[in-house]
Design a protein around this ligand. Structure first.
Ligand code: HEC
Ligand code: HEC
Length: 490
């Protein structure tokens, strides 16, 4: 048997076994390394809810996160695609010293460090009491400075730039961090090319915005991106010309809005659904949605109080008391916490403000969103189509300027004038507060230099409506003054 001329079949099988073993081991090593380098999720370490609100993940990094080191070098590589100096700050982001990201952006490692957007990108206000004062950041306040559309445009311009090559990006990353040999390889051949493709895909998905008026700082079209996303509601942007441009809302003291219709048009009355769909709209997907963390954020926004008016020491208390009577008489039905119509939808014919935002949300979109998360333990059921805009409580009203759902009226003083006497154009996005007019400074050199030219004649930007005897525009000058003094205390 020793010399049959045939190889020992067992030996042969053993040899293949060894090869298979090596391949499998290699496969496991490669697989594990790939998983570790690309998908391993490292929990963030953040102390306290306020900090979590500013920098915590809402699950957007997985699907729409940008590799942190690529993201951080883009403004240095392509300053010409930004609206001004100062990197991302020129887009109106608030960036605290010693933080790796601006307020509203989370840094989280999923394989490699990634940047995702969170609620505070839009729902955190900044204001200054004088041009030389440091900006004060108010978590849950409406951002008036962040320009999400300019951010999207910057990312797409950077990704389309011929200078966006793995080599060039890596060269800039070298100034930021020492990457290992393996990491450099992964960045060069996988992460950077994939980032570019992803950003170009995103630009394509937002192509419909090019044919509609600019959002400008402090505004987004909140639901058209969700309607048109093929993985979300899947509606056809070519068959839809609606303009949803909408002013960012504050999300403080949400407990006082229990049972109220939410969003400007009241398209949902469940805070839990609005919070979850907020995260979905920002790029979280059912599998990455951190439902428990979002429940904590919901608890946070329920109880967070708006900040007091910063010039309260100058308040004329007597005048404010007179103003409270004017408010009770004229506004309380719709705006007091106990008002009969507060938190309900006031029909468009009655309120008379711009119709575009209302038309953007359709019955079909509501039905599709209610169908979206069917197979998950959480679900959407409360999306509806309405016929008007919600009368909101006026908590922290001083910091909600510019006013109305499209941010078309710069000050409270102007709100109490009929539309033909409200400014036709003004600048928004400058965060120095006017001490008397209840609004941000919106004219003049600095407002012009740093702000966005808002033209009320553009579709979606009308400043009409909320006028007439019912809405206080015909009050006496004295009553108006008193009313404004009172509203400083809200
Ligand atoms: C890109 C900007 C942006 C981000 C990010 C964002 N929102 Fe909003 N949010 C808006 C805008 C704009 C509105 C008003 C939209 C409308 O109805 O037209 C709004 C409305 C809301 C409302 C309704 C408030 C009310 O009084 O009716 C809630 C609640 C809310 N957002 C919560 C969240 C939460 C929670 C997150 C994070 C999970 C989030 N949003 C992320 C822009 C944003
Ligand atoms: C019939 C109900 C109703 C009455 C009465 C009413 N309002 Fe309003 N108010 C609304 C509605 C609805 C909106 C939202 C309209 C929109 O954004 O298109 C609104 C918006 C506002 C806003 C802008 C809120 C923001 O966050 O931008 C202010 C300020 C305001 N009202 C003040 C007043 C004052 C002051 C009075 C009394 C003189 C008053 N309103 C009377 C229904 C009412």
């Amino acid at each position: 048997m020793a010399n049959t001329g045939y190889a020992d079949p067992y030996k042969r099988r053993r040899r293949w076994g060894t090869v298979l073993g090596v391949v499998l081991t290699l496969g496991v090593v490669v697989g594990t390394t790939a998983w570790y380098k690309l998908f391993r999720e490292v929990p963030q370490t953040i102390d306290g809810m306020e900090a979590y609100y500013r920098y915590g993940s809402i699950g957007t990094e997985q699907e729409e996160g940008i590799p942190y080191y690529v993201w951080i070098v883009l403004p240095r590589m392509f300053p010409e695609h930004l609206p001004g100096d100062g990197g991302y700050r020129s887009l109106g982001m608030a960036w605290e010293a010693d933080q790796p990201t601006p307020v509203g952006f989370s840094k989280k490692t999923i394989g490699f460090p990634r940047v995702g957007i969170n609620c505070a990108a839009c729902h955190a206000a900044t204001y200054r009491t004088a041009p030389e004062a440091t900006p004060i950041i108010v978590a849950t306040g409406p951002s008036q400075t962040f320009d999400p559309q300019a951010y999207l445009r910057f990312l797409s311009a950077a990704a389309s730039d011929p200078g966006f090559t793995p080599g060039a990006v890596l060269e800039h990353i070298r100034d930021e961090v020492q990457l290992s040999w393996l990491d450099r390889l992964l960045y060069r051949f996988l992460i950077i090319p994939r980032t570019r493709d992803g950003l170009l895909e995103q630009a394509e998905r937002f192509a419909w915005t090019e044919s509609r008026p600019r959002w400008g700082p402090g505004r987004i079209d909140p639901f058209n991106p969700v309607k048109f996303h093929p993985d979300l509601l899947g509606l056809d942007p070519a068959a839809d010309t609606t303009i949803g441009n909408s002013d960012i809302m504050p999300i403080w003291a949400m407990d006082r809005q229990e049972g109220y219709s939410l969003h400007w048009d009241g398209l949902n009355d469940s805070l839990t659904e609005v919070v979850l769909s907020g995260a979905v709209g920002d790029g979280a997907r059912p599998k990455s949605l951190p439902v428990e963390r979002l429940a904590e954020l919901e608890a946070f926004i329920r109880h967070k109080e708006p900040p007091p008016y910063p010039f309260l020491d100058q308040l004329d208390k007597e005048l404010a008391a007179q103003g409270e009577a004017v408010f009770r008489q004229n506004c309380a039905t719709c705006h007091a916490t106990d008002g009969a119509r507060t938190g309900t939808v006031i029909p468009l014919q009655e309120i008379g403000t711009d119709h575009h935002r209302l038309e953007m949300w359709t019955t079909e979109a509501a039905e599709r969103y209610n169908d979206y998360a069917r197979d998950y333990p959480w679900d959407f059921n409360a999306f509806v189509k309405t016929d008007g805009y919600v009368a909101k409580p006026l908590d922290g009203i001083w910091l909600r300027a510019p006013y109305l759902h499209n941010g078309s009226v710069p000050t409270l003083e102007d709100m109490l004038e009929p539309a033909e006497r409200r400014p036709e154009t003004f600048y928004r996005g400058y965060d120095v507060y006017h001490p008397e007019r209840m609004g941000f400074i919106h004219q003049g050199e600095e407002a012009q230099r740093l702000g966005f030219h808002y033209d009320t004649r553009e579709p979606g930007n009308s400043n009409a409506g909320h006028e007439g005897p019912q809405f206080g525009t015909e009050l006496s000058a004295e009553d108006k003054e008193a009313l404004i003094e009172y509203l400083k205390t809200r």
